[in-house]
Design a protein around this ligand. Structure first.
Ligand code: PLP
Length: 451
């Protein structure tokens, strides 16, 4: 018993906790966080770090937002739990608020997180087509490199081979196409990459048979797959036109890009003619304070679910989806984002940060620097001509050198073969310009030492 109490948290962690995305390492001494304030947290050894990835791109308002904490406490005191087979006020208020933010005409189904929100979207899309005269429309198209979640359906939409290895058989009915990715264009033309990627979607729909395709799911900016935005909003415009042409529902996965991450309230708002038929949220919806997902659908999609036979309603439930405390937290999060002008803050600082990060491009291993809002990717290569990805060991060494200097950044681990070579930076949206300068300077210092 005495020996047990003498163990450090690191040792206990090593003995008992199974970590996400981490290979086993017998002598690992994992970082164990203890407290946080704003964009910073402190580990059990008392060392402070700037969180340059907002946890898992979710802690958008940083730690210590007492209004959010109070909102959760008050809600739990008033009503600890209630299922959404009935109703409760925070879910109703949140659905109304989301509808307003989306410009009107959307209905929300609440989930536990991003994977769950996407699973919900796929089921809704299929059932919608079945009940509106297109029973064969079942296939879901998604883009290589994109991550849409860990559950088997969302994983099938995820087009990252390394995430799926050894979990096969994959759920059938999901088809993958290349995203626009100018740095490594699949089409041999970085000049027309956006256009050609959109045309590939159309070609795929036609080859599959438009009458069999239910939906196309995409993030406005591929995030976990390596921060891959299109070059222009032309891609968005074309995708919307193609989905309309073939009655394919456009599902926008805004689990990462929603609520200000890209410098707009929602990522799709970068192009006026672009809008979702279904949009999924999680992460930033509650600023990471409590788990919650949302699947918001156009009212026209809800329409056939009003029919009166025994299977026409949505036969889908999760115990905690739309938990009252999570909804209260989401409402408070949105209130803070609006009141504090968080989206404008991101839009104001984003260019300057990207310009500074682009100065890293002259470094021997920096192949491409890209991003939008507070979402940046730095693609590392061992040879700038051939664009050979930098070895995983070296990419990890850069990430851990940043950690030693008190900066947490990410890398796109376990995505596609040889594709884990992108450093990922997504600081809290509340980060000040001084904090962002620390982030940029630390990266410069680490890469300079790596020459
Ligand atoms: N969609 C995207 C774009 C994501 O990045 C993630 C998680 O990182 C998910 C969905 C899944 O969300 P969750 O981990 O909350 O299930």
């Amino acid at each position: 018993m005495e020996a047990e109490t003498k163990k450090t948290y690191s040792e206990k962690d090593q003995a008992h906790v199974w970590h996400a995305l981490k290979p086993y390492q017998a002598d690992a001494s994992p970082l164990v966080a203890e407290s946080g304030q704003g964009a910073w947290f402190t580990d059990t050894g008392g060392k402070r770090y700037f969180d340059g990835v907002s946890g898992l791109w979710c802690l958008n308002l940083g730690h210590g937002q007492s209004e959010i904490i109070d909102a959760a406490t008050e809600q739990m005191k008033a009503l600890a739990y209630f299922p959404l087979s009935f109703g409760h006020k925070p879910a109703i208020d949140l659905a109304e608020k989301l509808d307003q933010l989306l410009g009107g005409g959307y209905r929300s189904f609440f989930a536990n997180g991003g994977s769950d929100a996407n699973e919900t979207a796929f089921k809704i899309a299929r059932q919608y087509h079945k009940q509106s005269g297109n029973p064969e429309k079942t296939k879901i198209i998604s883009r290589y490199r994109a991550y849409h979640g860990n559950s088997l359906g969302a994983l099938a939409a995820t087009a990252q081979a390394n995430r799926k290895m050894k979990y096969e058989v994959n759920v059938p009915g999901f088809i993958h196409i290349p995203p626009p990715y100018a740095y490594r264009s699949s089409f041999g033309s970085d000049a027309n990459d956006d256009l050609l990627a959109a045309e590939y979607l159309e070609q795929t729909i036609l080859w599959e048979g438009a009458e069999t395709v239910a939906a196309f799911i995409m993030e406005p900016v591929i995030s976990g797959g390596g921060v891959i935005p299109p070059q222009s909003t032309l891609y968005y415009k074309k995708v919307r036109e193609i989905c309309d042409r073939y009655n394919v529902l456009l599902i926008l996965d805004e689990v990462v890009s929603g609520f200000g991450r890209t410098g707009k309230m929602f990522g799709y708002m970068h192009e006026e003619s672009f809008y979702p038929d279904i949009i999924t949220f999680a992460k930033g919806l509650t600023a990471g304070y409590l788990p919650l997902g949302a699947t918001c659908v156009k009212e026209s999609i809800y329409e056939p679910f009003k029919e009166h036979d025994s299977t026409s309603h949505f036969r889908h439930v999760s115990t905690y989806g739309g938990h009252p405390a999570s909804c209260a937290v989401a409402l408070k999060t949105i209130e803070i984002i609006e009141r504090e002008g968080i989206v404008d803050h991101v839009a104001k600082l984003e260019e300057d940060v990207l310009r500074k990060l682009k100065q890293l491009s002259s470094h021997r291993v920096v192949g491409d620097v890209r991003g939008v809002g507070f979402l940046y990717g730095i693609e590392l290569v061992s040879n700038k001509e051939s664009k050979e990805p930098l070895d995983d060991v070296d990419v990890k060494a850069i990430v851990s050198a940043c950690q030693k200097k008190g900066l947490i950044i990410g890398k796109n681990g376990d995505t596609v073969p040889s594709g884990g070579n992108v450093l990922i930076i997504a600081p809290p949206l509340t980060s000040t310009s001084e904090e962002l300068s620390f982030l940029v300077q630390t990266l410069f210092d680490v890469l300079a030492a790596y020459e």
